[in-house]
Design a protein around this ligand. Sequence first.
Ligand code: 5GP
Length: 192
Amino acid sequence: MKELEDRIIKDGTVKSGGVLKVDSFLNHQMDVALFQDMAKQWHEDFADAHINKVLTIEASGIGIAAAVAAEFGVPAVFAKKSQSINLDGSVYTTPIKSFTHGRTYDVIVSKRYLGPDDHVLIIDDFLANGAAMRGLLKICAEAGATVEGIGIAVEKGFQPGGRDLRADGYTVDSLAIVESMDPETGEITFRH
Ligand code: 5GP
């Protein structure tokens, strides 16, 4: 998606350790009009899928998922990072290792908001190694929900998450795929 690529070039900064910072429009301050354009693109791309729920993970996925849910006219559910243990069996839960923070935390989704009747579009801001996405897929599997596809704002193509998910048969629709980025020069190239 050219609009997103142009914005990454204009406002993104390349950090060491393979991290792209896009705080000015995606991860801290949010350009909601851009999110709406992204949502329109996914709505077009998934026109034939009967999506009745959008699923994401807090925090950075929520703003994008909200725009997507509004476009599809369906609810958005976000997996919550949880401190407490699941004692009463009312939630699906899975551990996820954070790419940006390096630690593992448990995420939960209430059984009230995800189940076998759901046809889910999973949305996230970034796809790197795929740990966050694998966690969300595990929760969908536990719920008996059908995953219709995965929508990613920025996939880092030099990391294996996207490749592995496609090899497993998932439809991964990334609106920008970063092929390479150089922390020295700041240069970013995209895959088309
Ligand atoms: P993964 O689980 O695929 O390794 O990493 C995906 C998660 O880590 C995303 O939910 C995102 O929040 C975070 N993340 C991974 N790489 C980056 C990056 O380069 N920049 C930012 N801002 N977040 C990232």
